[in-house]
Design a protein around this ligand. Structure first.
Ligand code: NAP
Length: 480
């Protein structure tokens, strides 16, 4: 059978994400070639949604490749890891120089760098692309973070922009930077998502076990917060989840769900990468650890009887003021978590020479993705005002917001400690804020300790040079 070369874009891998992306392309008037390892998914898509647009179904990879106009634009949407390599290996011999291979899966950015380099050898473009928004976003408009060359983006960008979410008429898709930049930014996005979810969960826990409020009341509080500066998808869905009643028991849904949060690994990658880059992302790290701790059943069982404070919660008058304080503490902690994530993007960009514009990342996260929020406009504005901003905390708007919140933030963290409510995210954010503010850190003492046990030397505040004190001898100082 001869196949007409007519499709604008191809999607291989038609599970939930690939199927919805393919439908999204078709709904935007693009002709979409379809392929999946097992043909059942292609057949099912055609049967259910074939009427939605111009699809070109294919059984073999050869037919699929032959169905595409040149340069070919092929999106791989398969399970990340070895399956992605298997599909690339099958595709490469069938492609011609200038063709563009897009990996829309959740790949590690170092794998993307490796694949990009390998495909470049064949004259092919490899575009590692972060896609956020889950199943619904893929269909209705995700936030898209493509890496790869600027040349590839010229051909591919308009298609991706057409299917992305739009905010104020702007697509939530832009060229992030070369090779692995797109997947790096998607990884940090997910890390920030972990931190944001943890902070929201702590706010709930404080209102419940500090403020003595029931889930339905807390749902109302979150709903009201969503009308203000905390407006975001995560706060909105939090109100929905907290307001939901379990049909089987009549109990609040949140009370019948096991308290063990799972993870797929992008949060862990964010922290591992941050450790290697030397960027303190304590908010993201605490969120990843909190999920691990929640799942450490034996550890939790063994520690269940440890003594805690006798006070359990605040009286109702105090609880009202406390809720207002928690809102401020949540906002302040969120600013810190995002500031840390953006510092990681800047550090990755510097390390790999990507030239990522952080403000543009905040802008494409305003719609389509899980962390979409009103406050991302503020981040875009901060980086527009100063593209070299060393930390978001130094931006005028955020500086004022933190100044306004800090007294409440301290009350919340100290009340949590007194009542025995664990708030690792709030506490680490406040500690980060105070560490950055501090004129002198106790790191000076650590330098003294290091020099004492390991002759690691130190620098003085009053003159240049590297010094060592003869701690085991006469304690005189030597200059190195
Ligand atoms: N689900 C989400 O919300 C979400 C959000 C953002 C990104 N992602 C990422 O998007 C990608 C796709 O996710 P998904 O949930 O739609 O699907 P998935 O469950 O991760 O993967 C299933 C797809 O991979 C194909 N596949 C698996 N092994 C293969 C191999 N060795 N060779 C060829 N094809 C193979 C399957 O083909 P068969 O049908 O033949 O088995 C199927 O099409 C993943 O990388 C995921 O991490 C997912």
């Amino acid at each position: 059978m001869s196949v007409q070369k007519s499709a604008d874009i191809g999607v291989t891998g038609l599970a939930v994400m690939g199927r919805n992306l393919a439908r999204n392309f078709a709904r935007h008037g693009h002709r979409v070639a379809l392929h999946n390892r097992s043909t059942a998914r292609t057949t099912a898509l055609m049967a259910e949604f074939g009427h939605e647009g111009a699809f070109v179904p294919n059984e073999t990879m050869e037919q699929f490749v032959a169905a595409l106009v040149r340069p070919r634009r092929i999106v791989i949407m398969v399970k990340a890891g070895e399956p992605t390599d298997a599909v690339i290996d099958e595709l490469v011999p069938l492609l011609e120089p200038g063709d563009i291979v897009v990996d829309g899966g959740n790949a590690h950015f170092l794998d993307t760098r490796r694949r990009e380099a390998a495909l470049r050898e064949h004259g092919l473009h490899f575009v590692g692309t972060g896609i956020s928004g889950g199943e619904e976003g893929a269909l209705e408009g995700p936030s898209i973070m493509p890496g790869g060359t600027a040349e590839a983006y010229k051909s591919l960008g308009p298609l991706l922009e057409s299917i992305s979410a739009k905010v104020d008429g702007q697509p939530c898709c832009t060229h992030v930077g070369p090779d692995g930049a797109g997947h790096f930014v998607k990884m940090v996005h997910n890390g920030i998502e972990y931190a944001d979810m943890q902070l929201i969960a702590e706010a709930y826990d404080l209102l419940r076990h500090g403020g003595g409020r029931q889930p339905a009341e807390i749902a109302k509080i979150f709903r009201s917060w969503n009308g203000g500066r905390l407006e975001s998808y995560l706060v909105e869905i939090t109100a929905e989840v907290l307001g939901h009643t379990d049909a089987a028991t009549g109990q609040p849904f949140v009370d019948i769900v096991q308290d063990r949060a799972e993870q797929k690994g992008t949060g862990r990658w964010t922290v591992q990468t941050a450790l290697e880059l030397g960027v303190p992302v304590s908010g993201i790290a605490e969120a990843v650890f909190a999920r691990s701790l929640s799942g450490s059943t034996a550890l939790r069982e063994a520690a269940r009887d440890l003594p805690g404070p006798t006070e359990t919660w605040l009286d109702s008058a105090a609880a009202d003021t406390f809720a207002a304080d928690v809102e401020k503490a949540l906002y302040a902690s969120k600013i810190v978590a995002y500031a840390q994530g953006f510092n990681q993007i800047q550090a990755g960009s510097a390390e790999y020479g990507w030239q990522i514009a952080p403000g543009a990342m905040a802008s494409i996260w305003r719609g389509g993705c899980i962390i979409r929020a009103r406050f991302l406009n503020r981040i875009t504005a901060a980086y527009q005002a100063d593209p070299q901003l060393p930390t978001l905390l130094a931006d005028e708007y955020f500086r004022e917001a933190l100044g306004d919140a800090q007294a409440a933030w301290r009350r919340v963290v100290s009340t949590a400690a007194q009542l025995g409510v664990p708030v690792p995210g709030f506490a680490t954010a406040l500690a980060y804020y105070d560490s950055l503010r501090a004129g002198r850190l106790p790191a000076a003492l650590i330098q003294g300790q290091r020099d004492f046990f390991g002759a690691h030397t130190y620098r003085r505040t009053d003159r240049e040079g590297v010094f060592h004190t003869l701690w085991a001898g006469d304690r005189s100082e030597q200059e190195h």
